[in-house]
Design a protein around this ligand. Sequence first.
Ligand SMILES: Nc1ncnc2c1ncn2[C@@H]1O[C@H](COP(=O)(O)OP(=O)(O)O)[C@@H](O)[C@H]1O
Ligand SMILES: [Mg+2]
Length: 312
Amino acid sequence: MQLVADRLHKKFGAITAVAGVSFAATPGEVLGLLGPNGAGKSTIISMLSGLTKPDMGAVQIDGRPLGTGADPGKQCIGLVTQEITLLEDLPARMNLEFFGGLYGLSGHKLAARIAAVLELTSLSDRAGDAPKEFSGGMRRRLNIACALLHEPHILLLDEPTVGVDPQSRNAIFETIEVLAGEGRTLIYTTHYMEEVERLCDRVVIIDHGKVLADDSLSGLLASAPVANKLTLRYDLPPDRAALTEITGLPGVIQVDLAGTQLSVSAADLGTAAPRVLERLAARGFSCQELTSRRANLEDVFLALTGRTLRDA
Ligand SMILES: Nc1ncnc2c1ncn2[C@@H]1O[C@H](COP(=O)(O)OP(=O)(O)O)[C@@H](O)[C@H]1O
Ligand SMILES: [Mg+2]
């Protein structure tokens, strides 16, 4: 099912949390909402799930507007909120029975769904234990399992890996990939760009309640003024003629020399790096040390906002 955010606005008193956010999420796609703390991600998720009423704008599921009350459209949505909500003292299985009951499941159907979501989140062997005995990662996996009981076509996940160990994080990623493979629509919020790079087909970058960019990862890297960087160290720094020559090489964007260290920004490292090395070697400058770094989403965010995601 297609989920559309259409010019969503939300204010809390004097604070504008969301200021005209639009995007569309498509079946089979993991859409990443990437932005720093306070960007408005959770407020967007809350509006997408029908929990919070937008001040302006609308949410649509397959073209049908979603209301905030007992709208039947909510049956299609699974929500994994930023804060984990579980019955801490009750066994995992009873948690699933409780949340399944809220979605109107019972009997054999509920039992079958509980078995399926426990399997999917690798918790089958811990169904008799209570969440209070679980690690952060296991609690999150159970929380995700609860959101999947009613087989939602759309799944909203709000920073589900914060406070989660790496093993559970990978298990969560694998679950998300399975769900996307089944043709479900997934929206995943995070402030970790590595997660978006690993998981998301498309990225909507949010800052101060606005969409700064909406594209595939490769599209973002190609459109923002960011470059891959090659850093070379020479015992004898290249001379002016050498620098002029490599600056003119195809694909080379910028060349900077600081002491014995040469930094080369290039659109495509694969073609630029060998050319730079070869031209400098031909002029008698032999490289002592070489490192390279691919442009990433952090560079895109920096180019768009002038800030890094970490200190934003
Ligand atoms: N219920 C609320 N009451 C007042 N301010 C809120 C409320 N929820 C969010 N905010 C504010 O709205 C902004 C966006 O918050 P939020 O959507 O939680 O961002 P994110 O999830 O990206 O960290 C922040 O300035 C936050 O303090
Ligand atoms: Mg949040």
